[in-house]
Design a protein around this ligand. Sequence first.
Ligand SMILES: [Zn+2]
Length: 243
Amino acid sequence: MTLFALALACSTAPDTLTPPPVEARLPAEAPPAEAPPPVEAPPAEPEAPEIVDRPLPNAERRLALSQEYWRVHYGEPPEPLAITPRVVVLHWTVTDTADAAWNTFAPAELGGRPELGGGVNVSAHFLVDQDGTIYRLLPDTAMARHVIGLNPVAIGVENVGGTPAHPLTEAQVQADAALVRWLAGRYDITHLIGHLEYRSFEGHPYWAELDPDYRTTKPDPGADFMRQVRQEVSDLGLEGPPG
Ligand SMILES: [Zn+2]
């Protein structure tokens, strides 16, 4: 009976009522921090790291050779040719400068290494210099030839160095981690591996290589570098090599 009277009073003469408990008044008197979100809401995906475009030349010839490589190694290529990024593969260049690496990747055709089977040159989507500068060499969804069996789903990140004179650096750990974080926000990336780990994907649904004899053994970019990068992006929950 009291509640009914109160409700009735509320609807007819609100000014005469005792103010409701503090909790009940909070929505109307919320502090600024709980006000509607500010106009500049945080972005839905991680902020892009600074990336310097340094596109590889010979794009038309590279595309034609990539289509041929795809046909030989994976079957009928999609039209237009594009990868579906699921895996980020880290590498080292075994060259001491970014210029040397870029010059190696620049020709569309692979010279002098017929044992690697197929004419398109090796390349990668990104090249990270010793000081952490990130260069973009190819569009994210272009096919780069950088990892047997996984190119249709793999974004390649090359790191300048890996030689006794120029081991990989802390700046490269941080740059690779920022790049992986950004890519994971843009694509459905499920795995982060080093090139040295790629063969563990044999038998995995991502594995696409048709030639059972086409394999290499790779040491790059070193287990310690992988451990450091993984530590930086552990919150992303990316998987390592299967199995
Ligand atoms: Zn490699």
